[in-house]
Each structure stands twice: as C-alpha cells, then as structure tokens.
Design a protein around this ligand. Structure first.
Ligand SMILES: [Zn+2]
Length: 403
C-alpha cells in the first residue's frame, strides 16, 4: 500500500505540534498536557479513540502528566501488539540567542520544518500518527494488532511515562515495538542493542592550604588529576573487549564534567570533583566496573590521605539485545530493503525507551531517519524524512503476514 499524498497535512500537523510546547518540567517547562490533548482531539475528529493515561505531578500546571495510547485491531486480533513509540516531551530551547527563529513558532523553509522538538520527537509522533490515519482513511486493517504509545517524560528518565505504563501492565512481553527515537540520515540503521550506562560524579576531599605550603594541606586537585588518569587507564585496559555489533565496538569511559574549586591561583584546593560517563558493553556487569573503581579509591585514600567518594548520577544496566529473528526486525528490514536499500543492524551507546521494553522481554528496535539536530538550536526535521518514515511504517504494519 502506497502512502496517499499526505505531505501538506503532515507539514501542518508538525507545525501545530511545535507551537504547543511540551518542555519537560525537569527543564523548566509546563509538561506535555496540552500537546497530548491536541493529538487526542485530532484523532477523535478522524474517528479514532485514543486513551490518555495520567500520572500525578505537582510540578505541572495541570498537576498530571499524560501518555497517549491507542490500539487498532489487526487481522489476527488475538496476537501480540506492534507498538509505535514516540515521546511527547522535549528538552527546553536552550540559549535562545543561538536560534535564528522562534523555537516555538514553526518555520517551513527549504524542505525543512524548524522548531524545538521537530526531530526529537515530533517527527516520530507524526509519522506513526499518519500510519494509523492512512489505514483508517483507506479502510485497511493492519496485519497484526497495532498500537500507538506516546509517553511523557522520556527526556528526564521516563518515570512519569513509559516506566509507569510498564508497571501498569500495558505491555505484554510478547508485544513488539519500534521506538522512533534514534537513527541515521539514510534511514537504514536498525538499533537492536544498547550499552549499559553509568554516570559517576567523584568527590575528592583533601585539605585546603596556601599553595606555597603544600606540606600543610592535601591537594585535592592534584590527587583528582592523578586518580582520574589512573581510572581512565584502568577501565579502558580491563574492559577493552570488542563487540562489532556496536559503534564504537568497545566500552567507553570518558571524563566529562569538571567543577569549580578555588577562586585564586595561590590556594591549594581542598576539594576536587569530576564526572565520568561510562557506556559499557553488555558482556560486562556494571557491578564489576564499580568494584574496580572502589578498589582504586581505597588505594588512593591509603596513598594520599584524601577521602574519595562517588555518587551514581545515572545507572542503566544492559539488557540482552533484541533477537535478529524477531518478527519486528524482519518486517522492518524488509520494508527498508524495499525502498531504501540494504539495512544495517547494530547497537548504540544508549539509552532510549527501548531498553525499558527489552527489560520486560519485549522485542524492541529503534529506528527512524534522523539528521541529528535533536537538542540543538535551530532543530529541524526534513519533510521528506517524515513522509518516507510514514511510508516505511505503513509497509511494516501491512506486511506482517508476508514475512
Ligand atoms: Zn528523543
């Protein structure tokens, strides 16, 4: 089934959604409520009956966070559901002076739609919405049961969105999902695995003194520098295995954020702090990485007299990859092959909504055609990509029986 010419309507709905901000409250926004309501009434006008699942949140004007759910029976209506997942929320606009347009006023120019959220994740909402709409308007039934899941709160950990839906038992482990939230510009990359993610903030506590009298203090900054370098060497050497499913094919351990210490060049710092971002291949348990880190900390404490502590800022243990023979993988591969060329399959440094779904045993893939403008100033989506993604999703949901 080919996509009728929905291009103008797709542009119109994308612009409308950009102009209803859904900035996550964690980034100072008012949340997703109005955007969810607009989508629900748009669907109702088309004769579709979505459901809005609400979670209480005192931080938003409506005191609740919405996730939109919709199901359409397939020809085999007692089988599992294939969910198309796109998140409702966005990050904030960031530094407004870096935008050449109003981030919450859509601008259509040179085949692009510019505005906050255009690529992350409005493109996905619109392509999955028009997949359902195309079926409904042409009176077609998908081959398998089809679901739309537009959760809140993806940008800040999913506690008010997907995590709650999973705990409510909305999904069956036999269900499958296409999470439309990562991808490459050629639209041929299917993500089936994610590395474990661990963000650690280290605190080195020494003793402040005059820089001319280091024997009277404990230089936390110098100790932190050596400790950081040793940590970097240790982890990269010990966890250096290659797995070519992933890009890059090894675990990464990167010192990222640093923090202010003293206000003058002649003060010996009594404290030092830095963050390490670790993305670890699934074969290594995070517990083992943490064990090695704690061992190095003890050595340094003994050697220097400083106290070293760490705080886990984020931890997502790895889950087994989605099997390559899962129906959703085969269907998506066939649909990509049909119009775009040979697909490639692999893993990324994580983490998306797919990790939560894999954790309950669902076969989930992450796919989309994206230019990588998410979270940047002047974020935009290419109109051709939204239309092409819609077409690919239609091919997937109408091809279940053939693959
Ligand atoms: Zn996203």
């Amino acid at each position: 089934m080919d996509l009728p010419d929905y291009r103008d309507e797709i542009i119109e709905v994308m612009c409308k959604l950009i102009e209803i901000p859904a900035v996550n409250p964690a980034y100072g926004g008012g949340g997703e409520y109005e955007r969810a309501c607009w989508i629900a009434s748009f669907m109702k006008r088309e004769g579709l009956e979505p459901e809005i699942y609400e979670v209480a949140d005192e931080l938003t004007p409506q005191k609740r966070r919405p996730s939109l759910l919709f199901k359409m029976d397939g020809k085999a209506s007692n089988g599992p559901v294939l969910w198309l997942v796109a998140h409702l929320d966005t990050v904030s606009e960031g530094d407004r002076s870096l935008w050449s347009t109003d981030p919450f006023k859509a601008e259509v120019r040179d085949g692009r739609i510019i505005g906050r959220g255009a690529e992350d994740n409005i493109q996905a909402i619109v392509s999955s919405l028009f997949t359902v709409l195309a079926l409904k308007r042409t009176g077609r039934q998908p081959e398998c049961n089809l679901g739309l899941c537009f959760p809140a709160d993806e940008e800040a950990g999913s506690e008010y969105g997907l995590v709650r839906l999973i705990n409510e038992g909305i999904f069956d482990p036999k269900d499958e999902a296409i999470v439309l939230d990562a991808g490459r510009p050629d639209g041929r990359f299917i993500e089936v695995a994610e590395k474990a993610v661990l963000w650690l903030r280290f605190f080195i506590k020494g003793k402040q003194a005059h820089a001319s009298s280091p024997h009277l203090g404990i230089n936390a900054s110098a100790i932190g520098t050596h400790f950081g370098a040793d940590l970097d060497d240790l982890l990269k050497a010990k966890y250096g295995a290659r797995d070519y499913l992933f890009e890059p094919p090894y675990s990464t351990f990167e010192i990222t954020q640093k923090f202010d210490n003293v206000s003058s060049p002649n003060i010996l710092p009594g404290t030092d702090s830095f963050v390490m971002d670790c993305r670890v291949l699934p074969k290594y348990p995070l517990g083992s990485v943490l064990g090695d880190i704690e061992h190095l900390i003890s050595e340094y404490e003994f050697k220097t007299g400083a106290k070293i502590e760490y705080k886990v800022l984020q931890r997502a243990d790895a889950v087994p990859p989605t099997p390559l023979d899962a129906p959703v993988v085969r269907k998506l591969m066939a649909a990509i092959e049909k119009r775009r060329g040979t697909p490639t399959i692999g893993g990324i440094g994580g983490s998306t909504c797919a990790a939560f779904l894999r954790r309950i045993g669902m076969a989930a893939v992450v796919w989309s055609t994206l230019l990588g403008t998410a979270h940047s100033p002047n974020e935009y989506a290419a109109i051709d990509n939204v239309v092409a993604d819609t077409q690919t999703l239609i091919d997937v949901v109408t091809a279940c029986a053939e693959t």
